[in-house]
Design a protein. Structure first.
Length: 88
């Protein structure tokens, strides 16, 4: 089954937003904003272990996560085994 119709070769404009996702994000923001006081109260009732676990999980939304970087191992960076410095 192939594509029928005229293809849109120019695509969506740069920076344009999806209407559905912006509506959903707005609804979620309203729910989170309305439940913030209840969330804080429930956090106070958690054990220390659970509180720390939730706190660390929430930090992932605020602090960007670091990505691991593969660094090549350089052997014999200096071609000399021994370096002598003469002070004159």
């Amino acid at each position: 089954m192939g594509f029928k119709g005229t293809p849109n070769l120019s695509g969506r404009k740069v920076g344009s937003k999806n209407r559905v996702s912006s509506k959903v994000k707005g609804m979620i923001a309203e729910i989170v904003d309305g439940e913030s006081q209840t969330f804080k109260q429930r956090l106070e009732n958690l054990s220390d272990k659970d509180y720390c676990h939730i706190y660390i999980q929430l930090m992932k939304f605020v602090i960007p996560t670091m990505k691991s970087v593969d660094v090549p191992i350089i052997k014999n960076e200096f071609p000399f085994q021994k370096v002598e410095i003469e002070i004159i």
